[in-house]
Design a protein around this ligand. Structure first.
Ligand SMILES: *Cc1c(COP(=O)(O)O)cnc(C)c1O
Length: 346
C-alpha cells in the first residue's frame, strides 16, 4: 500500500547536484547534512554522497554527528558546527567528531578534553557563530579547517559578499596549510574566488536553487506526493474546510488530499498554494488542516487513490516555498516524521 503522503528522494539527482557543484567550483565538496540532510534522511544521503567521493561532512549538532558516525563508519571526517559547547567534548571524542570552535570558551573546553583535530569558525559579518577576525586565535595543533559563512550568498549583487570574502582571505593567512572553506550553496555560484579549498553546500544538493528560485543547473531531488482520499462535487455557495476558508462561486469538483500541517504542509500555504495534479497546476482551496488539504480538480479526471504532487519534479520546490511565504530550506525541514521517505536511484 503506498503511503498517503510520501517524500520520495532521488539519490541519482543528489549525486548529480554534488558533481555539478564540484565542477562549478573546482574544489572538493563537503556536504552539509545537518537537520537529517534537510529532512531528506542524513544516512541515505550521506552514504550516497560518500559513494560519489565525499570525504568530509558537516552537521550542526553533536548528536547528529554521532548518528552519522554510526551510519558511515570511521572513514569520513565529520565537523560539528555547534562546536565544543556545554559538555559536548566527551561525545565528540567518543564518536571521532571534529568541533568547529567558535569562541575562547570552546577552545578551552576542547583543549582541556585533550584537544585534537578541529575546525575554527571566523565571523566575517554574519554575526552568528565564530571569532571576530581580530580575535581569531593563533594557529595551533589540531586545527584542520578554517571557515566562515556568508550572510547574503543568495544575492550575488550584495556588496557584503565581497567584504566578507576579503576579510576571510585576510584571516586565513594566519593559518598556512589549513583547509579554507567559505562558500555555502549560494557561495558556490559567486565565482571562483569564493571557492577557496572546499565548499559547504546544503540546499543545492537537495534541489533548492542557490538564489531562492529554481536554477536549471540544480536537479530536483525531493518530491512530496499525497493520495487523493475523496473527490466531491461542490455547489455554488458551498464552503470548503474550516472557517469557510473558501466559498465556491460556481459548481466545482474538489479533491481531498492526504497532506496537512501535521505532515509539514505549512498552514501558511493555504491562500497561494498550488499542487500538480493530473498534469496540471491547480490551486488549493481553503484552509490546510492537520491531515488533509483540498485541491480544485474541476474538469480533471481525478479519482480517489490518485496522487498529487506538492513539490518536486513538476512543481518547483522554490516556487512552492515562495507560495508559502518561505524558503526551500524551511519547506524541506518542515516535513514531519509521519511522512515516510522513499529512496529511488540507490
Ligand atoms: C547550513 C550551513 C551551510 C549550508 O548552507 P546552504 O545555504 O544550505 O548551502 C553551510 N555552512 C554553514 C555554517 C551552515 O550553517
Amino acid at each position: 500500500m503506498p503511503s498517503p503522503a510520501l517524500l520520495s528522494v532521488d539519490l541519482n539527482a543528489l549525486a548529480r547536484n554534488y558533481h555539478t557543484l564540484g565542477a562549478l567550483t573546482g574544489v572538493p565538496v563537503h556536504p552539509v547534512v545537518k537537520a537529517d540532510a534537510y529532512g531528506l534522511g542524513a544516512e541515505a544521503c550521506a552514504t550516497r554522497l560518500m559513494a560519489e567521493g565525499a570525504r568530509t561532512f558537516f552537521v550542526a549538532r553533536t548528536d547528529e554527528g554521532a548518528a552519522l558516525r554510526t551510519a558511515l563508519g570511521d572513514a569520513p571526517v565529520i565537523y560539528v558546527l555547534d562546536g565544543c559547547h556545554n559538555g559536548a567534548a566527551g561525545v565528540l571524542k567518543a564518536a571521532g567528531l571534529r568541533p568547529v570552535l567558535n569562541q575562547p570558551a570552546q577552545m578551552k573546553a576542547w583543549t582541556e578534553a585533550g584537544g585534537g583535530a578541529c575546525g575554527i569558525q571566523i565571523d566575517t559579518g554574519l554575526n552568528r557563530l565564530g571569532f571576530r577576525p581580530e580575535d581569531a586565535p593563533e594557529a595551533f595543533d589540531g586545527v584542520g579547517l578554517v571557515m566562515s559563512h556568508l550572510a547574503c550568498a543568495d544575492e550575488p549583487d550584495q556588496p557584503m559578499n565581497r567584504r566578507q570574502r576579503d576579510r576571510f582571505a585576510g584571516v586565513t593567512e594566519r593559518y598556512p596549510g589549513v583547509t579554507r572553506s567559505f562558500a555555502n550553496s549560494g557561495g558556490c555560484f559567486l565565482g571562483q574566488d569564493y571557492a577557496f579549498d572546499a565548499v559547504r553546500p546544503g540546499v543545492c544538493l537537495y534541489g533548492g536553487g542557490p538564489q531562492a528560485r529554481q536554477d536549471d543547473r540544480i536537479a530536483p531531488v525531493a518530491t512530496l506526493t499525497a493520495e487523493v482520499l475523496q473527490v466531491r462535487d461542490v455547489s455554488a455557495g458551498d464552503s470548503i474546510g474550516y472557517s469557510r476558508g473558501f466559498v465556491a462561486e460556481r459548481p466545482m469538483r474538489a479533491a481531498v488530499v492526504a497532506a496537512g500541517y501535521a505532515d509539514g504542509v505549512l498552514r501558511a500555504y493555504g491562500a497561494l498554494g498550488e499542487v500538480w495534479v493530473a498534469g496540471q497546476t491547480r490551486p488549493l482551496l481553503g484552509r490546510i488542516s492537520m491531515d488533509v488539504c483540498t485541491v480544485d480538480v474541476t474538469g480533471l479526471d481525478v479519482a480517489a487513490g490518485d496522487r498529487v504532487e506538492l513539490f518536486g519534479a513538476n512543481r518547483a520546490l522554490d516556487a512552492a516555498a515562495a507560495a508559502a511565504g518561505t524558503i526551500s530550506y524551511e519547506l524541506l525541514t518542515a516535513i514531519t516524521a509521519r511522512v515516510p521517505r522513499a529512496y529511488v536511484g540507490t
